[in-house]
Structures are given as structure tokens and as C-alpha cells.
Design a protein. Structure first.
Length: 133
């Protein structure tokens, strides 16, 4: 059952979306190991990895990548010249995206971070809006 429920009824939110900015981060050049870290982050969240696709911009210019999950995705884009990584984790169902964030945090070791958490598909809010319209 989806953990985002109220009294076992339909989900209050269909998914959780984490937007993370890692500042003063490390390991922003190594594309291949980062792909494996995306896979590990997904597995830590109990998500199902369908595919991991990475692109190295070469000449120590960073990389971008995405782990496509049955539950949605984890993506990253790095700016090594700024010691910065933009990370997006979106998962539905019983997956636990905060566990993915912890794996990524341990690997990229940001000195500072900003994390925003969004509830996506807030069905309870939608139902309230529909009944009051």
C-alpha cells in the first residue's frame, strides 16, 4: 500500500519530489562512478531501476545523468567549476526518496545544501478544491 495515505484511504499525495542543491560538493567530474551511485541511491530507496543513462561533458567539464525508475527518476547535473550539483529525486508508491538523498549526500559530500520537498499529486487537496468549487 502507498504510505502516503490517510486512514488507509486513497493516497494524500501520489509522490514525493526532492529538489537538492549541493554546494561545495566533490566528485563532480567522475561520470562512471556517479552512474553506479545513482543506481545505489535508487536501491536504497527500495525503488526499481529500469535504466541509468550518463553523459560526460569531457575535459573535466562535469556530467549529467538520470536513473529511470519504475517509481519515476533520480537525475543530476554537475558544474564542477562551481563545485555545484543539481539533483532531482521524484518517487511514487512506497519508495523512500530521503534514503536516496542520503546516499548521494555521502558520495558528493556537499559543504552546504538546500533541499526542497514537494508533495506531488496532492489528491486530498485536489478533492477539497473540487468539492468547494
Amino acid at each position: 500500500m502507498n504510505k502516503l495515505t490517510v486512514d488507509g484511504m486513497r493516497p494524500t499525495a501520489l509522490g514525493k519530489h526532492l529538489i537538492a542543491d549541493f554546494y561545495d560538493a566533490s566528485r563532480l567530474f567522475e561520470c562512471a562512478p556517479a552512474g553506479e551511485i545513482l543506481r545505489q541511491a535508487a536501491l536504497a530507496a527500495k525503488a526499481t531501476v529500469l535504466e541509468v543513462n550518463m553523459h560526460d561533458f569531457g575535459d573535466r567539464c562535469g556530467f549529467t545523468g538520470v536513473a529511470v525508475l519504475a517509481e519515476s527518476h533520480i537525475s543530476i547535473h554537475t558544474w564542477p567549476e562551481n563545485d555545484y550539483a543539481a539533483i532531482d529525486i521524484f518517487m511514487c508508491g512506497d519508495a523512500e526518496p530521503m534514503r536516496s538523498l542520503e546516499v548521494l549526500r555521502q558520495y558528493f559530500t556537499p559543504g552546504r545544501e538546500q533541499v526542497d520537498i514537494l508533495q506531488r499529486g496532492n489528491m486530498a487537496q485536489f478533492a477539497l478544491a473540487a468539492t468547494s468549487a
